[in-house]
Design a protein around this ligand. Structure first.
Ligand SMILES: [Zn+2]
Length: 428
């Protein structure tokens, strides 16, 4: 495909923050952390840290993005240590990572987390603390520290409007302003399709290449993704290389990711139950500049009879890049068809039906009073002028052959038998 080959990959994330490990309201917590970080660590390009002072043990963390986090602690001298453990949990993750920390005679605790082995989500807030068991019994804990796991490989600049904060490292202020403008246009376009509101400002990180961006997707392990949103973090990452297509890419990626994010804000936990074809379909029809490759791809797939059934795109998309592309193209075309047929109200009740927990098949039946198969047939007839009878016959063709064999073969035998009998009769 051409350079227009970015794909956004949504994970069906429904995990919640452990309230014990993460007691303060997420957004507020993150903003506080950002301010603390910015104040303490301005000017540090590769490593940023935040220190949590505790009455008994102090703890601090430094990270090298995508590689490791070094956690350090200090125990008051004279306390004999039996064992020491470091705990950390990234925002939105249910799993608390733990590791045995080392200590020395000066009471210095150390634990290094290998992020190449256990990646955490970029742009999440990480909470951590030490627990120490004393020789002879008794425990000490550090206070909980936190840091914002931003991609600090780059010297980000920032610019903001009422609804968006853009972060970029390559390009001028005009580029940053165009990111903000496209975000506002995308927001307006989304609100034509669905009555959604933006509840909190969105952070947009614009990378200068897909390669540089992909390090932020370490935890997903996908090599063909071009943009991504973690809607629960209120963050989107996009890849916008310099060149004649930069503006078009912007007009695709930002509104697309924004639709995911706003759907999440509207549907909450129910967001995870939306079929992937609808989630990606809605995001794709929100793009200001539709992907022209999709139509070519679809016509080819129809011609070669390679279309993926919509029912196979409820839970997951194909893992390979070409299969995933076709899935995106189908989801986009099918969702656009639903929008044309049923309008905003139809799409809204469909999204709501799914968010309420209905299955992929049941959702369309309740919201649109049609089965998925009926809608799919109607879509293909309308979008690709497929002849319904021909399609039905093509689908039935193996059965027609068998039926023909079952009916015609005995009929032939009977005819041959009749002739033989007639001939024998004449001969006899
Ligand atoms: Zn997407």
């Amino acid at each position: 495909m051409t350079s227009l080959t970015w794909i956004c990959l949504m994970t069906k994330r429904t995990t919640k923050i452990d309230p014990l490990a993460y007691p303060v309201r997420k957004e507020l917590w993150r903003r506080i952390t950002i301010i603390v970080l910015a104040a303490i660590l301005a000017g540090s390009l590769y490593v940023r840290a935040v220190r949590a002072q505790a009455g008994v043990i102090s703890a601090s963390a430094q990270y090298t993005f995508g590689e490791e986090i070094v956690f350090r602690g200090v125990i008051p001298t004279g306390i004999p240590v039996e064992s020491a453990t470091l705990f950390f949990v990234a925002e939105g993750e249910l799993q608390t990572h733990t590791g045995a920390a080392t200590w020395d005679e000066r009471g210095q605790l150390l634990y290094i987390a290998d992020l190449t082995q256990s990646p955490i989500r970029a742009f999440s807030t990480v909470v951590y603390w030490f627990e120490v068991t004393k020789k002879g019994g008794g425990e000490l804990k550090s206070e909980r520290g936190a840091f914002y796991y931003e991609d600090n490989r780059f010297d980000w600049q920032a610019r903001e409007s009422k609804d968006f904060r853009v972060h970029w490292y390559e390009g001028d202020t005009a580029f940053a302003q165009s990111l903000l403008d496209v975000a506002e246009l995308g927001l307006a376009n989304i609100q034509v399709i669905l009555p959604l509101k933006l509840n909190s400002p969105v952070d947009i990180y614009a990378y200068a290449s897909a390669e540089e961006m992909r390090a932020t997707l370490q935890h997903l392990g996908k090599s063909w993704v071009g943009a991504h949103t973690d809607p629960d973090l209120g963050v989107m990452v996009v890849s916008l290389p310099r060149g004649p297509e930069q503006r078009l890419e912007m007009e695709r990626q930002i509104p697309h990711e924004l639709m995911h994010l706003m759907l999440y804000q509207r549907l909450g936990a129910g967001y995870g139950n939306i079929p992937i074809w609808l989630n990606e379909g809605l995001a794709s029809i929100a793009e200001l500049y539709p992907n022209p490759d999709y139509l070519i791809l679809l016509n080819k797939a129809v011609k070669e009879d390679n279309m993926l059934p919509m029912a196979s795109l409820c839970e997951t998309f194909p893992r390979d890049a070409s299969g995933a592309f076709l899935a995106y193209a189908e989801a986009t075309s099918f969702t656009r068809f639903l929008y044309q047929q049923y309008g905003t109200a139809g799409l809204e009740s469909l999204a709501r039906a799914y968010a309420d927990g209905l299955s992929c098949e049941r959702g369309v039946q309740i919201a649109l009073d049609r089965t998925l198969t009926q809608l799919e047939r109607q879509w293909r007839q309308q979008a690709f002028r497929e002849d319904a009878l021909l399609t039905a016959l093509t689908n039935l063709s193996p059965w027609i052959v068998i039926l023909a064999l079952v009916l015609i073969f005995p009929l032939g035998l009977t005819l041959v038998g009749t002739r033989k009998n007639a001939k024998n009769g004449r001969d006899g």
